[in-house]
Ligand binder design. Structure first.
Ligand SMILES: C[S@@+](CC[C@H](N)C(=O)[O-])C[C@H]1O[C@@H](n2cnc3c(N)ncnc32)[C@H](O)[C@@H]1O
Length: 206
């Protein structure tokens, strides 16, 4: 792993994913988690303060980047519930079938290289009536913004740890055997439109 990926990128991600509009998005989704929770791409643990400690039993924090884990230590130490760190990518989740009540996926589906395999794994480990809570940026609804997303994507991916600007989040979920129970979408305020179209909601196994 390069110096950039290991040391600079974790700070860049922690800072950009901690902007006010994005923190507001976290408030809408993360408190819905309950039971045994699997967070995919836990990053710097920035979601931890948003969980409702009265509803959560424990969290598996899956995150393959060592740099992000270092960045997460402060939040992990303050966590009111047990967090077990899983240092593998989501394409190979080291949990038994039907083991999670909730999966939390925030600003990570954009980055997972093999999203098909990762979502298949999420479907395997989620309990039949469990919820996958998502909050992701992705493909914009306007043609001109979508064209910008396509133009910028190649450079953006290199700078932003493999993040794609224009993944069609709802279709990725439904193509992978999830049904969407609740969804909202909008451009986030104070965020460039090419990176700021957000989808958030609740999905279940179809
Ligand atoms: C933009 S960050 C978002 C972090 C965090 N989820 C948040 O809401 O701020 C994307 C995260 O996905 C992680 N990631 C990259 N490849 C992954 C994979 N294959 N499986 C799971 N996480 C991955 C990165 O290391 C990074 O922490």
């Amino acid at each position: 792993m390069s110096l950039y990926d290991n040391y600079i990128l974790p700070t860049v991600i922690h800072t950009t994913c901690g902007s006010k509009p994005i923190l507001k998005q976290r408030e809408k989704v993360v408190p819905l988690a309950e039971g045994r929770v699997l967070e995919i791409g836990m990053g710097s643990g920035i979601n931890l303060p948003y969980y409702d400690a009265t509803k959560v039993d424990m969290i598996w924090g899956l995150e393959p980047s060592e740099g992000m884990m270092r960045k997460a230590l402060k939040n992990l130490n303050k966590s009111p519930f047990e967090v077990q760190w899983l240092d593998l990518p989501s394409e190979e989740i080291p949990l038994d079938t039907n083991s999670a009540d909730t999966i939390v996926l925030t600003y990570t589906l954009c980055t997972i290289p093999n999203w098909q395999q990762a979502l298949e794994e999420m479907r395997r480990v989620l309990k039949p009536n469990g919820s996958l809570l998502f909050c992701e940026h992705g493909e914009a609804p306007d043609d001109n913004i979508r064209r910008w997303q396509q133009r910028i994507n190649p450079v953006w991916k290199k700078l932003a740890g493999g993040c794609h600007l224009n993944r069609p989040i709802p279709s990725l979920l439904t193509e992978s055997g999830f049904k969407i129970e609740k969804i909202e979408a909008q451009y986030l305020p104070s965020t460039p439109k090419f990176a700021g179209f957000n989808y958030w909601g609740v999905s279940k196994i179809a």
